[in-house]
Design a protein around this ligand. Structure first.
Ligand SMILES: Cc1ncc(COP(=O)(O)O)c(C=O)c1O
Length: 426
């Protein structure tokens, strides 16, 4: 598309937007009496208006029926999970029984490694990004230690080449090839939290599995943002959080994909709890763990229907909008942002702004590498109604979310950014 740097062009994109009606489904934060430009869907998505009535319904049921609410009422809590699985399966490209909603992201990563990190003989290493999100790094280190192994001997880190910002796909394949006899697991972020780079998950899964490795992805920045087809790609497992693009609220309940090929494998280690036990005998409370033969078999504890309700409020909107349309608009929002960045660079004289997000491997997030006075520029746009985030040492992350952000907001953001650059004389 031939973009233009004008308000009227941005407004035309909004008029043509098939998802434009979804913005009114969300509560938009306020800045001095006007709607703020909220570009932090990659951090904490906004609240759907229907979240409160859905949570209220759970509370009312609790008030009326107490513990019997698990079995009685319009939506018995025992069956509530079933309502979440179908929409989530469409978001991540899974079969419904390959998805389970439980716990939160880092916890689920540990649980998945219990089952899918199987060090044996020489094959005991894990391939991951050198710059993975810190929690993933802590998870890996401590998980490896509790197995009696040493992280420095187990972890193989992938890094961008010198003076580059993103991983080269060919370097990932080269590492898999080079360590083909030692790698037990490849565990990567499907979309990198810092750069927004989206990996070729299908290609990586294929290459690693050809060499006998397990493959898992952290989809915190991918779920609800980019196209996923986990079942077809034959990924072994994946985990995500639901408070970012999935708009299910702070501390929202997480999600896990476990490929159906593993559901009946009782030789896999797992940490068990009664919620993962065969539903028909769960309340007999007998000895001997008999896992549900779906992804639900990895559950441990009684889930919170309140968190389920918040999740359902958002997932319904994904069902109504459809993932292909969401993904398409996310691309267009970030493409427009990248175009406007080029426009800003034409007006500032000394140091240019640079996106470190690969234009051909991204979702809706764009990460801007700030040349100097970056923090001052960030503070300036924040004071003027922009919600973005600053990541040390020099990156501003901007994540316009397709369900509630507009092209006009992208244009307004670029105007504020340009003004802040000029004021700071960069
Ligand atoms: C890529 C990535 N992985 C892991 C986490 C940690 O998630 P949680 O705090 O839900 O465990 C985050 C949180 O933002 C993240 O962005």
């Amino acid at each position: 598309m031939q973009f233009q740097n004008t308000l009227s062009f941005a407004q035309q994109l909004d008029r043509d937007d098939p998802l434009k009606s979804f913005r009114k489904e969300f509560v938009i934060p306020d800045h001095e009496g006007k709607e703020a430009i909220y570009f932090l869907g990659n951090s904490l998505g906004l609240r759907p208006k229907r979240t409160i009535p859905y949570i209220e319904k759970i509370i009312q049921q609790w008030d009326k029926e107490g513990v019997e609410s698990f079995f009685r009422g319009e939506e018995p809590w025992m069956q509530y999970h079933d309502q979440l699985v179908q929409p989530l399966a469409r978001i991540v490209g899974a079969l419904p029984h390959e998805v389970v909603v439980m716990n939160s992201l880092t916890v689920n990563q540990h649980l998945m490694l219990v089952s899918f990190y199987k060090p044996e003989g020489r094959r005991r290493k894990i391939l991951c990004e050198g710059k993975a999100f810190c929690s993933d790094q802590y998870m890996l280190e401590t998980h490896i230690q509790q197995r009696g192994l040493h992280p420095e001997e187990i972890i193989i880190e992938l890094h961008p080449r010198e003076s580059e910002c993103n991983l080269r796909e060919s370097d990932i394949y080269a590492a898999i090839e080079e360590h083909q006899e030692e790698l037990a697991l490849v565990f990567l972020e499907g979309a990198n939290y810092y750069t927004g780079q989206v990996l070729n998950m299908s290609g990586i899964a294929k290459a690693a599995q050809k060499k006998g490795m397990q493959v898992g992805f952290d989809l915190a920045h991918a779920a609800g943002n980019v196209h996923l087809d986990l079942h077809q790609w034959n990924v072994d497992f994946a985990c995500w959080c639901s408070y970012k693009y999935l708009n299910s609220g702070p501390g929202a309940i997480g999600g896990v994909f476990i490929h159906e090929k593993h559901h009946n494998d009782l030789s896999l280690n797992r940490f068990a709890g009664w919620w993962g036990h065969n539903k028909s005998t769960r309340f007999k409370m007998q000895k001997g763990f008999d896992p549900i033969r779906t992804a639900e078999g990895w559950q441990l504890s009684t889930p919170s229907p309140i968190l389920y309700a918040a999740h359902k409020a958002s997932l319904e909107l994904f069902e109504e909008a459809g993932m292909p349309a969401i993904q398409k608009k996310g691309q267009l929002l970030s493409d427009y942002l990248l175009y406007l960045l080029g426009e800003i660079n034409r007006t500032i004289s000394h140091h240019k702004l640079r996106s470190i997000t690969p234009p051909d491997a991204k979702g809706c997030q764009v990460s801007l590498l700030m040349p100097q006075k970056g923090k001052a520029i960030f503070n300036s746009i924040s004071e003027k109604s922009v919600f973005a985030d600053w990541r040390e040492p020099d990156v501003i992350r901007v994540g316009p979310a397709p369900l509630y952000n507009t092209f006009e907001e992208v244009w307004q953001f670029s105007q504020l950014l340009q003004q802040a650059c000029i004021e700071n004389k960069i």
